[in-house]
Design a binder for this molecule. Structure first.
Ligand SMILES: NC(=O)c1ccc[n+]([C@@H]2O[C@H](COP(=O)([O-])OP(=O)(O)OC[C@H]3O[C@@H](n4cnc5c(N)ncnc54)[C@H](O)[C@@H]3O)[C@@H](O)[C@H]2O)c1
Length: 254
C-alpha cells in the first residue's frame, strides 16, 4: 500500500491531487488547517481507507503530530505532496507593491509557504533514518510567480516560492540515497479560490486579470495540476528528481 500525505488538501489544488492519487490507488492522508474539513474531503475521495487530519504546516509540533497520526493509522508515509500555501495574510490583496508589504505580511507568507514546506520535507526525511522507501516521492509546489518575479502576486509570495524551488533541489540531492525523488510543480494561473484573490477590488466577476498573457489563452484547471503530480508520483517517474514541472499554459518556456 502506498500512503500519500498531502498538505492543504481540503481544497483547491491539493484536493484535486488527492482525488487523482486516490484514483491511482494510493491511500491518502488529507492534512489541512481544520480537522473537519480534512475529514470531509477524505471521506469523499474514491476508494477506501483515506483519513483526514488537522495540520498547520508552519508549526513544527503540528507537522510532527501529523506524521505520527498517519504512521499510527495507515503506516509509513511514502509520498508527500506539499500544497498548503497562502497568497497573502490579507483576504483579497490584489498585487501588493513591495513598499506596502509589512513585516507581518512578509513573515506570514514565508511561514506558511517556505517554512511549512521545509518542516514537512524535513520530517519526511528525518523519519527515514537512513531506511530507503520504494518509489518514495516528495512533490513540492512553487509557482510561476517564484520564477518570473511575480505576475499578479507580490514580493512575499514570489520570494516564498523561490525558496521552495531552492529547497526542493537541495532535498532532491539529499533524498536520492533514500530512494526518494523530490520534484516541484510550478503552476501558472489555476482556477481556485487563491487565484481569485489576485483580482483587485472593482473587478468582481473576473477570475484572473492576465489571461491575455497566457499563450494557451485560458487559466488552468486543478485537474491539470493533479495530472502532473500523478506523473511525478508514479513509479515511471523514478529517474526524474530535482526537476521543476511547469504547468502554466506556456507563460514561461525554457
Ligand atoms: N491557484 C493558483 O493559481 C496557484 C498558482 C501557483 C501556485 N499555487 C500554489 O498551489 C498551492 C495550493 O493553492 P490553491 O490555489 O489550491 O489555494 P487554496 O487557497 O484554494 O488552497 C490552499 C489550501 O491550503 C490550506 N492551508 C493554508 N494555510 C495552511 C497551513 N498553515 N497549514 C495547512 N494548510 C494550510 C488551506 O486551508 C487550503 O485548503 C499553494 O501552495 C499555492 O501557492 C496556486
Amino acid at each position: 500500500m502506498r500512503i500519500a500525505l498531502i498538505t492543504g488538501a481540503a481544497g483547491g489544488l491539493g484536493l484535486a491531487s488527492a482525488r487523482k492519487l486516490a484514483e491511482d490507488g494510493l491511500t491518502i492522508a488529507v492534512a489541512d488547517l481544520h480537522a473537519e474539513a480534512a475529514q470531509r474531503a477524505a471521506a469523499a475521495l474514491p476508494g477506501k481507507g483515506h483519513i483526514g487530519l488537522a495540520c498547520n504546516v508552519m508549526d513544527e509540533a503540528s507537522v510532527r503530530a501529523a506524521f505520527d497520526t498517519v504512521e499510527q493509522k495507515l503506516g509509513r508515509v511514502g509520498v508527500l505532496a506539499c500544497f498548503a500555501g497562502i497568497l497573502s495574510t490579507q483576504p483579497a490583496p490584489g498585487r501588493l507593491p513591495t513598499v506596502d508589504i509589512t513585516l507581518e505580511e512578509w513573515d506570514g507568507v514565508m511561514n506558511v509557504n517556505a517554512r511549512g514546506t521545509f518542516l514537512c520535507v524535513r520530517e519526511m526525511l528525518r523519519r527515514c533514518a537512513g531506511r530507503t522507501i520504494e518509489h518514495g516521492r516528495i512533490v513540492t509546489v512553487a509557482s510561476l510567480a517564484g520564477q518570473v518575479g511575480g505576475m499578479q502576486s507580490g514580493a512575499a509570495y514570489s520570494a516564498s516560492k523561490g525558496a521552495v524551488l531552492a529547497l526542493s533541489k537541495v532535498a532532491a540531492r539529499e533524498a536520492a540515497s533514500l530512494g526518494i525523488t523530490v520534484n516541484t510543480v510550478a503552476p501558472g494561473p489555476i482556477d481556485t479560490p487563491m487565484l481569485h484573490q489576485t483580482v483587485p477590488a472593482g473587478n468582481e466577476g473576473q477570475k484572473y486579470m492576465g489571461t491575455a498573457a497566457v499563450p494557451l489563452g485560458r487559466i488552468g484547471a486543478p485537474e491539470e495540476i493533479a495530472a502532473a503530480v500523478s506523473y511525478l508520483v508514479s513509479p515511471g517517474a523514478g529517474f526524474v528528481t530535482g526537476a521543476t514541472l511547469d504547468v502554466n499554459g506556456g507563460m514561461l518556456m525554457r
